[in-house]
Design a protein around this ligand. Structure first.
Ligand code: GDP
Ligand code: MG
Length: 165
């Protein structure tokens, strides 16, 4: 059994973009509309010398805020159950959302290794967007651009160090 790494977060934060970058094939659906990835997407993945199973979560119906929250909680509980490490992704362009804070509360209670990522930091002029995420009191935060591949090496190097080989 390979170790499992799950990518979770609100719709549209860039989970599938990171997933695709890591598996290097266009398997997960990336689309501008929230809720585009209906099912969980699994792929074997290799980073440096580590192999693991990567899960891209999705399946959020964008119909209502409560619906999204409920499904996010479900995905989070599932990830906590089955993954060795969890990548929790937030969106710098949207800012710190109430749903993010809700999920952080759940994640803080787990023994599993959690990596807190702020996506869409595409360049130095976006770095100021990080500031409000420090309100969570979480260190480290990983600023990345899943789209442009910035910060992904730093994140994944730490992720693979945290999983059993
Ligand atoms: P998901 O719903 O969390 O899986 O999000 P997607 O991966 O489908 O991405 C949602 C939208 O955000 C798409 O339009 C992506 O192109 C865009 N996106 C993803 N990563 C980045 C990033 O690093 N920078 C910017 N500017 N946009 C991104
Ligand atoms: Mg997706």
């Amino acid at each position: 059994m390979k170790p499992v790494i799950a990518v979770i977060g609100r719709p549209n934060v860039g989970k599938s973009t990171l997933f695709n970058r890591l598996i290097r094939q266009g398997k997960a659906i990336v689309i501008d509309e929230p809720g585009a990835t209906r099912d969980r997407n699994y792929s074997d993945c290799k980073w440096l010398d580590s192999t693991f199973t990567l899960i891209d979560t999705g399946g959020f119906e964008p119909s209502s805020t409560t619906g999204i929250l409920t499904q996010m909680r479900e995905q989070t509980m599932l990830a906590i159950e089955e993954a060795e490490a969890i990548i929790f992704m937030m969106d710098s362009r949207e800012g710190l959302a109430p749903a993010d804070q809700d999920i952080v509360k759940i994640l803080r209670a787990t023994q599993k290794k959690v990596f807190y990522v702020v996506n869409k930091i595409d360049g130095p002029r976006h770095e100021a967007l990080l500031t409000e995420f420090y309100r969570l009191g979480i260190e480290p935060l990983y600023p990345i651009s899943a789209q442009h591949g910035i910060g992904v090496d730093e994140l994944m190097n730490d992720v693979i160090l945290s999983i059993p080989q």
